[in-house]
Design a protein around this ligand. Structure first.
Ligand code: NAD
Ligand code: WQD
Length: 357
């Protein structure tokens, strides 16, 4: 096995931590860089417990060039899996400059150092949000990668811009750069061990974390944002993907990049299941998995929500040999284990509380 390290930016976060678990399980060695702005060291400590491996961790902001350069100097890095970024759509409309600064500058500094240290492979966390409202093209549901991009919020603009930066950089030297752009649909669930999961700060924006907090009694009820959409039960459809399946998609992408070691590439892949679920269907699945009644109230539509975001995942299946295996029910079961065993996320039950900030 290649002993050079995979640099995982944002590896203390929700998806990054699951990817680190998967990487180690597949024999890769990692170094994690994270500024902990939306995570805690506890997730890395839990990863060590889960994988029984020491995981080098550097608390560094990607925009801190000197700090990040030390990581490139200290570790022999083979490739980068780049999760680090701010991700809240609503927040991005309030503080767009912070989003542009953090996500775009962070990526630029990373790419400049990759160029300087001859690290040429990168897997990038993009998002289905780059498609915007794909229902404007009725023949493009489920959404293929060829669907025109039209993000509708600053967060989405950062992902779109980074995709363009990667394409332009690749075009500048098509022999060298190898970029995998992964467009995630709606990641949900947690690791089946119950040791790592999503730990949102404050009031959760997303459906599943919010529902989990209702189920453990932290919130009174779920607000369903509209039941007057043109769908089978009136609520919007999303392609929910188990975070462990999603993490495995990164291994598949790395293998693809490794297999194309003689020539460069820059390619996009949707990571979704291809199956859409409505809000009420997910609500039922979570109620079943938890054995809890989840009180809800239907309120008005949430600004910016679209009726249907379902992936056409064929390209990933054909080229990356990757597809989802875990359904929404399993994601709910694993999320429920995580939520009941860690009702306050990583905050209270620290296995390595002495490192907590
Ligand atoms: P997360 O917030 O849990 O993880 C992101 C991590 O990046 C956090 O640990 C945070 O502390 C770190 N970070 C942010 N800015 C940084 C910086 N400048 N320097 C160093 N570390 C920094 O989010 P997540 O859900 O794990 O998302 C991971 C990636 O996937 C993000 O890029 C996100 O935009 C993308 N994505 C997420 C979703 C989703 O629904 N969760 C969907 C599509 C795409
Ligand atoms: C799912 C459905 C809501 C909360 C977001 C980002 C997207 C990507 C994934 C990063 C919608 C409904 C939700 C609630 C509800 N992230 N809902 N009550 O909006 O599809 O996607 O996360 O790239 O960019 O926009 O996910 O979980 O917020 O919503 O009724 O309290 O649940 O209306 O139909 P979304 P979500």
């Amino acid at each position: 096995m290649d002993k050079r390290l995979r640099l995982v930016t944002g590896g203390a976060g929700y998806i990054g931590s699951h990817a680190v678990a998967e990487l180690i399980e597949n024999g890769y060695e990692c170094v994690v860089v994270d500024n902990l702005c939306n995570s805690s060291y506890e997730s890395v400590a839990r990863l060590e417990l889960l994988t029984k491996h020491y995981i080098p961790f550097c608390k560094v902001d990607l925009c801190d060039r000197e700090g990040l350069e030390k990581v490139f100097q200290e570790y022999k890095i083979d490739s980068v899996i780049h999760f680090a970024g701010l991700k809240a759509v609503g927040e991005s409309t309030k503080i767009p400059l912070t989003y542009f600064h953090n996500n775009i500058l962070g990526t630029l500094v990373l790419l400049e150092l990759m160029e300087k240290y001859h690290v040429e492979k990168l897997v990038f966390s993009s998002s289905a949000t780059v498609y915007g409202d794909a229902t404007r093209f009725p023949n493009m549901i489920p959404i293929p990668e060829e669907c025109p991009l039209d993000p509708t919020n600053p967060y989405g603009h950062t992902k779109f811009t980074i995709e363009k930066i990667l394409q332009d950089l690749y075009a500048s030297n098509t022999n060298i750069w190898k970029f995998a752009i992964l467009r995630y649909f709606n990641p949900i669930g947690a690791h089946p061990s119950g040791l790592i999961g999503e730990d949102p700060l404050g009031i959760p924006n997303n459906l599943l974390p919010y529902m989990a907090q209702v189920a453990v009694g932290r919130r009174e009820k779920l607000y369903v944002f509209g039941d007057d959409y043109e769908t089978r039960d009136g609520t919007p459809i999303r392609d929910y993907i188990h975070v462990v399946d999603l993490a495995k998609g990164h291994i598949a992408a790395l293998k693809y990049l490794d297999a194309h070691s003689t020539d460069g590439l820059c390619r996009e892949w949707n990571l979704g299941s291809g199956t859409g679920s409505t809000v009420f269907e997910v609500h039922r699945a979570f109620a079943n998995a938890s054995g809890k009644e989840i009180p809800y109230e239907v309120t008005g539509r949430r600004a910016g929500d679209v009726v249907n975001l379902t992936a056409k995942p064929d390209r990933a299946k054909e080229e990356l040999k990757w597809q989802t295996h875990l359904d929404v029910g399993m994601a709910c079961t694993n999320l429920w284990k995580w939520a009941t065993e860690n009702p306050f996320g990583y905050q209270l039950k620290g296995v390595h509380a002495r490192f907590a900030e």
